[in-house]
Design a protein around this ligand. Structure first.
Ligand code: ARG
Length: 462
């Protein structure tokens, strides 16, 4: 922690800052995106000391927590008001169907649970600030992560008139232990576990676990222990005797039924999360590149997301031709990346969704996902499938094998032609060994039957 005199200077600066913020209209109000955790609880006390009038907002994004109790906690810490707002309906109407239909995944593995929720939390916060006639917008994200960007991009876009304060960027505390000491020194009776240094984020799309040994790529992570840490989450229900397969029905890219039961998307997601929260296939241990340049490793538990996105992707593979599927993949990747970077409220997000529409419109059908012993798509029954057994079969069919000759001639001419003529491929074994050496595999060091990258074996002949 920084020194006492340093802390006093910081506090004095903040009092000046508050005077500046409130200067024109004398408005000390602020709206804090309150989670009930250590950081935002410390923020309430810290802001109060600086003279802010704190309006906490708890946004319901499907975290399995007693939000009323968390409101009480905010009030106990010194908030003037604490309200709950539900962002789930809006998310289920907008970003979630897109994320499922496009199977949007960041860097190939992260299903964006936190990234999808943050803009909607910020939106509710902004609405609350407007209700209060204007207020400073405050979040508890650190200066290292993506969440600060997601919050502040939304604030800047939707409420440029509101001042923004991110305590982690300016206050005297440097880490979790400092915050615990601070809360204790202020007589906060709420208990914060000093031994756990995982950072959790939970909503209806995922539970993320970061921090502790996950922060060190050299640490050999025992996933079982990390999973154990969150075993009470997705808590209402769940069973180790979950179904062995699930059939998801899509209509124009939207999930309309699970196992033949027509229900809302929110019910489907909740049901799948409950049923498969213990499943081995439901988690991913991911190394990701944050938008700040910091690398991080996190454990994500996301049964519904993983299952529904696998089903949507399989349907797209069946229903779209090659160029259209390539577009689908590239739009999905752009969409995932822009969401990850906090650009939900942006033109590029609207453009990505508009260009995805004709592709998603093709995705109608039923997909069966088998879940044991691993998760895989076992059957796709699509209305407009381009996967045609008659064409694909190894058996006799109407398909003209002879046509393939002309296809090869012309596509070779168009795509390869005469320009690539490297005679060295046809030369002696010795020059092949030279070629191997120049590509980084020291042929002289390869022994008989030694395995090489790609799983091959080097035979005596080589
Ligand atoms: N790394 C993920 C992301 O940037 C998860 C972040 C979780 N946030 C948290 N405050 N624990 O989206």
């Amino acid at each position: 922690m920084k020194s006492e005199s340093n802390m006093k200077t910081v506090a004095a600066n903040h009092k000046n800052k508050l005077a500046q913020i409130g200067g024109s209209n004398g408005n000390p109000k602020c709206v804090l995106a309150y989670s009930g955790g250590l950081d935002t609880s410390a923020i309430v006390i810290w802001l109060k000391e600086l003279g802010y009038e704190i309006h906490a907002i708890l946004v319901d994004v499907g975290q399995d927590e007693d939000l009323e109790a968390l409101c009480d906690k905010a009030l106990r810490c010194g908030a003037e008001t604490a309200v709950i707002r539900d962002a789930k309906p809006m998310m289920f109407d907008t970003v979630i169907p897109q994320a499922i239909g496009l199977s949007a995944v960041y860097e190939g593995t992260y299903r964006l649970g936190t990234a999808l929720a943050r803009p909607f939390i910020a939106l509710e916060q902004i609405k609350r600030a407007k209700e209060l006639g204007g207020a400073t917008l405050i979040h508890g994200a650190t200066g290292k992560g993506n969440d600060q960007i997601r919050f502040e991009f939304a604030y800047k876009t939707l409420a440029p008139e509101c001042p923004v304060l991110a305590p982690w960027k300016v206050w005297e505390f440097e880490g979790r232990k400092d915050l615990i000491a601070y809360l204790k020194s202020k007589g906060c009776e709420d208990q914060f576990d000093e031994t756990k240094d995982y950072s959790l984020d939970e909503n209806f799309w995922h539970i993320s676990v970061e921090g502790s040994e996950l922060e060190d790529a050299k640490a050999d992570v025992e996933v079982g222990a990390v999973l154990d840490f969150v075993k009470d989450k997705f808590a209402t229900g769940g069973s180790k005797n979950s179904p062995k397969s699930v059939t998801v029905e899509f209509d124009q890219g939207a999930v309309v039924a699970v196992d033949g039961v027509k229900q809302s998307l929110s019910d489907s997601v909740t049901q799948l999360n409950k049923q498969f929260r213990h499943a081995h296939w439901a988690w991913d241990l991911v190394i990701e590149n944050r938008a700040t340049g910091v690398k991080s490793r996190g454990l994500y538990i996301n049964p519904a997301a993983k299952l529904l996105q696998a089903a949507a992707d399989a349907l797209a593979r069946c229903c779209l031709n090659k160029p259209a599927y390539d577009r689908y993949v590239s739009i999905a990747q752009d969409y995932a990346t822009l969401l990850y970077k906090g650009e939900y409220f942006s033109m590029q997000r609207k453009v990505a969704e508009a260009s995805a529409k004709p592709l998603l419109d093709c995705l109608t059908g039923k997909v069966t996902v088998t879940l044991d012993p691993v998760m895989y798509v076992s059957k796709i029954d699509a209305e407009n499938s381009m996967f045609c057994k008659e064409t694909s079969t190894f058996e006799a069919s109407e398909y003209s094998h002879a046509d393939a000759g002309g296809f090869i001639n012309l596509s070779w001419l168009a795509n390869v032609g005469q320009s690539f003529a490297d005679e060295s491929y046809l030369e002696t074994d010795a020059s092949y060994e030279n070629a191997l050496e120049t590509t980084g595999n020291a042929a002289s060091e390869l022994c008989e039957n030694q395995s090489v990258a790609g799983g091959g074996l080097v035979s005596t002949a080589v």
